[in-house]
Design a protein around this ligand. Structure first.
Ligand SMILES: Cc1ncc(COP(=O)(O)O)c(C=O)c1O
Length: 467
């Protein structure tokens, strides 16, 4: 079917979407009026929409399609697994070859402390499982008072009923009775907003001091764990100074609280190495992953844990009693088969190495835009990056919300054939596929610059600039 033939069908889909489909993290009534951007196809780094427009995807879907679209070997792996064994429960001691191989592979490639893997359906469920396992762990070791969790301001840990309280973004709390009284935050290690952005050690020291102070305030005997993203993604791609993760790991150890690294975005080459933990030799007690695990081709995540945590839970339950956590689709064989092929592409397929090779073109392209009148900050690690738009480069002040800059950036970008994330607070997030070439980046930055120029051309935006 050509795209012009498809148009009437798209109009019908548009109406059905507005009437029936609830979209994640959307303003529902606004969506009914606005309608969806319906995607109909994808290849490489390109998306196609229902009107036949080609869009350069600078966000890998939702920071997940790390291997790019249209990887035929991944499709084959799913199809073969569906033909052979489309479903196998993990309950009642059943198992399947792809799930077993995937667990072993994840243990092989992840930090050495992590020896056991619980396979989930995505990031939120991985975080939720981690929280449940941590509660079970402290009860099992006879420290039932340890029920409080500490996370970072602006952190994102998904939107499960508990995990959304570890997420420190107000929109995930409002009307949901969160955070819980057991959920607490310490400030983000945000160099751009620090007193001296160049003094990385001061930023690290401030985070360590904040964690120590929060634990002292709550009482170490009451604190279960510290959760963090190595680079905060949905909070605006906040890149801490090198050494921050390691320092926080050591602080958590000294404070006798579990250290949980949420690598849902940063995992699988997004920041360069397979995991962001690897860059600093960090060995967490638990780690959550998803997104790049299957590159978004099918849903899957994982919660990895150390021997210490696993053994305490295993031996803490009454003899022979099950540990009551699981789901019908835990360790789904089709998702596991896809993950194994995606992991093969990262390693043998050279995708990880390509991502590392082109990261300098990505970083340079973002940094070059610092000269643009709208751009106050450029930050990045590997292929994860952001530009922060400000009304004054000297004061770093943002923009009046009435200007609706994020929606205008997103709409203009769409017209210019590029998709990225325009966060509510004027931060633009980028997470290109690890398969990007230098010339793909050339086109991406051409379109991004044109988008910034087009938005700046609006008289009200120009007038809002204070410098
Ligand atoms: C760090 C982090 N944790 C957890 C999640 C939740 O993952 P999911 O959307 O797959 O439930 C996300 C999603 O963006 C994330 O970025």
């Amino acid at each position: 079917m050509t795209h012009s033939e498809a148009l009437p069908q798209i109009a019908a889909l548009d109406a059905l979407d507005r009437a029936h489909l609830i979209h994640p993290v959307a303003p529902w009534r606004v969506h009914e009026k606005r309608g969806p951007n319906i995607l109909t196809g994808a290849q490489g780094i390109w998306l196609t929409d229902g009107k036949g427009q080609q869009l350069l995807d600078a966000f890998a879907g939702l920071w997940c399609v790390n291997v790019g679209y249209g990887q035929e070997s991944v499709v084959q792996a799913a199809a073969e697994q569906m033909r052979q064994l489309p479903y196998a429960t993990g309950y009642f001691h059943f198992s399947s070859e792809p799930a077993i191989r995937l667990a072993a592979k994840l243990v092989q490639i992840s930090p050495a402390s992590l020896q056991h893997v619980y396979l989930t359906l995505g990031g939120s469920e991985s975080v939720d499982a981690a929280v449940r396992f941590i509660v079970q762990y402290h009860n099992a070791i006879g420290k039932p008072g340890k029920k409080h969790f500490i996370a970072l301001e602006r952190g994102y840990h998904g939107s499960s009923s508990t995990g959304a309280g570890l997420t420190a973004l107000p929109v995930f709390h409002r009307g949901f009775d969160l955070p819980l009284p057991t959920q607490h935050y310490i400030p983000s290690p945000n160099p751009y907003r620090a007193a001296n952005p160049a003094d990385g050690q001061a930023i690290i020291d401030a985070s360590v001091a904040a964690l120590k102070a929060k634990v002292a305030e709550l009482g170490a005997e009451n604190v279960a764990a510290f959760f963090c993203e190595p680079i905060q993604g949905s909070g605006g791609v906040i890149v801490p100074p090198k050494g921050w993760l390691k320092a926080m790991r050591e602080a958590a150890r000294a404070l006798d609280i579990l250290f949980v690294v949420d690598e849902v975005i940063t995992g699988f080459g997004r920041t360069g190495p397979m995991f962001a933990c690897d860059a600093e030799g960090v060995e967490p007690d638990l780690m959550t992953v998803a997104k790049g695990l299957t590159s978004g081709y099918v849903p899957m995540g994982a919660t990895l844990m150390s021997n210490k945590v696993y053994s305490a839970i295993a031996d803490g339950a009454p003899k022979g009693a099950p540990i009551g956590h699981g789901a019908t689709y835990s360790a789904h064989p089709v998702s596991a088969a896809v993950a194994l092929e995606v992991l093969r592409l990262y390693e043998e397929g050279g995708v990880l190495a390509n991502g590392q090779r082109v990261a300098s073109a990505f970083g340079q392209g973002l940094d070059d835009l610092l000269s643009h009148p709208l751009v106050g900050d450029s930050r990045h690690r590997g292929l994860l990056g952001a530009l922060e738009l400000v009304s004054s480069k000297s004061t770093k002040a943002g923009f009046d919300a009435a200007l609706d800059l994020p929606n205008r950036m997103a709409a203009t970008a769409y017209q210019n054939g590029i998709v990225f994330r325009a966060f509510g607070d004027n931060i633009l997030g980028f997470a290109p596929a690890l398969t990007f070439t230098e010339s793909d980046f050339g086109l991406m930055f051409e379109r991004l610059k044109k988008t910034l120029d087009d938005v700046l051309a609006a008289p009200d935006v120009r007038a809002a600039l204070k410098d």
